[in-house]
Design a protein around this ligand. Structure first.
Ligand code: AMP
Length: 424
């Protein structure tokens, strides 16, 4: 046996239904909010992420599946979607082509991280991006979409946290204040923090090392150093979230791990998830489109981890069951007619199955049970000779005879209604 690669996984029947529910819910919500789907390649030039995600980030420095292809080109499996979405937006001039550059994508991402619950090497994201709209209303809309997704999936104990990390104008002052406050303590911080202090001091707030926390807790907060336009923008975002009654909490620690964030950042945490508790995260990245060779357009978006959404689903999530109708054949002559009915049901748009190897009625009923069929249609014997079949509700055990010619409409009714045989 050749096992799957560490940190990757197969999504099997039983689990895949949850995935489909999460994906369909996400798609339906994105469309409802006016976002158009984009599908970009899984493989891109390495340079796109070095420039886009940022040379100093863990993703680019340690986690990319990058290699030289047979043509000698440096390529990588994408570690995140945002740079690809920006590339597509710029490359296809989507600003002209689309009425509003509100986009979403769903697909696999690859990061060479240490696998644990909720953290994998191949994982999947819903990615939502808006380009060229600067108004705080769009920050609020994107956050609202994220919150609506978590609510639609009925994920319990979700928490929305927000922050503002400022812009190129106010960030330098904040960095200065951070380094000044660190002072003598800087050498006491972990090696990663030392590196961050030199490259992007804001990201010291990302540190998870226990011993560093008392020092980090004393550091100044980004929101206290915002320039006037950033402060006004953030106030408007919060006011809109309040107007929609979204329950947000301000978190000074929320700076996000990537270099490109400006102004609003946000995350939704799932309290049932354990250590890897961020269901989704995002924010504004006003300089990224230009950095990647496009026009000077603002951007904002988020990425949600589908594995984590699936993990956080409630036990009673309304997952579609397998077969809805199951045809049971009695004897050889019943089998021919059962196969005819099976095809009629499918042609009528109904989900129907049958045991394709000839077996006894009991074995067939057992299979119907295992497939969680709601209705079985038993075909054969004396009934068939009279031109009838038997309809059985698998939930209640109620049975009744219906004319063979009306079998399809009776099954349709039974699947639409609460129970077969009610009132008969
Ligand atoms: P990021 O792109 O790092 O901002 O992550 C956005 C979301 O993607 C996170 O909140 C997680 O839900 C998910 N995510 C990120 N990395 C992983 C991973 N290695 N495994 C599973 N999910 C991940």
């Amino acid at each position: 046996m050749i096992p799957a690669i560490r940190g990757t996984h197969d999504i099997l029947p039983g689990e895949v239904e949850k995935w489909r529910w999460v994906e369909r819910t996400a798609q339906a919500l994105c469309e409802r909010y006016g976002y158009a789907e984009v599908r970009t390649p899984i493989i891109e030039r390495e340079e796109l992420f070095a420039k886009g995600t940022g040379e100093t980030t863990d993703i680019v420095q340690k986690e990319m599946y990058a290699f030289t292809d047979k043509g000698g080109e440096r390529v990588t499996l994408r570690p995140e979607a945002t740079p690809s979405m920006v590339r597509a937006y710029v490359e296809h001039n989507l600003e002209q082509a689309l009425p509003a550059a509100k986009l979403y994508a769903i697909g696999p991402m690859f990061r060479y991280e240490r696998p644990q619950k909720g953290r994998y090497r191949q994982f999947h994201q819903l990615d939502v991006e808006v380009f060229g709209i600067n108004d705080p209303a769009v920050d609020a809309e994107v956050i609202d979409l994220a919150w609506a997704l978590v609510a639609a999936l009925r994920i319990p104990q979700a928490e929305l946290v927000i922050n503002s990390v400022g812009c190129a104008t106010c960030r330098p002052k904040f960095h200065e204040a951070l380094l000044a406050a660190l002072g003598q303590d800087l050498p006491k911080l972990c090696a990663d923090c030392q590196r961050r202090a030199a490259t992007n001091p804001l990201r010291i707030y990302d540190c998870k090392v226990e011993a560093d926390q008392p020092i980090i807790d004393r550091l100044p907060h980004a929101v206290d150093y915002l320039c006037e336009p950033c402060a006004t923008h953030f106030a408007a975002v919060r006011a809109q979230l309040d107007a929609w009654a979204l329950p947000w909490r301000l978190s000074h620690r929320l700076v996000r791990g990537l270099d490109y964030y400006t102004r609003t950042t946000f995350e939704i945490l799932g309290q049932t998830l354990g250590a890897q508790n961020a269901l989704l995260g995002g924010g504004r990245y006003d300089g990224l489109v230009r950095t990647l060779g496009g026009p000077d357009r603002t951007g904002i978006g988020f990425a949600a981890g589908l594995e984590r959404l699936v993990l956080a689903l409630p036990d009673d999530a309304p997952i579609e069951a397998g077969a809805r109708a199951f045809v049971v054949a009695i004897g050889e002559e019943g089998r021919g007619e059962a196969l005819t009915l099976l095809r009629e049901l499918r042609e009528a748009g109904l989900a129907a199955q049958m045991e394709l190897e000839a077996r006894g009625v009991r074995a067939q009923m057992k299979r119907a049970d295992r497939l969680a069929a709601r209705v079985t249609i038993i075909v054969g014997g004396d009934e068939l000779a009279r031109g009838e079949v038997t309809l059985r509700d698998m939930g209640t055990g109620d049975q009744r005879a219906v004319p063979r010619a009306e079998a399809v409409s009776a099954v349709r009714e039974a699947l639409a209604g609460p129970m077969v045989g009610a009132g008969s």
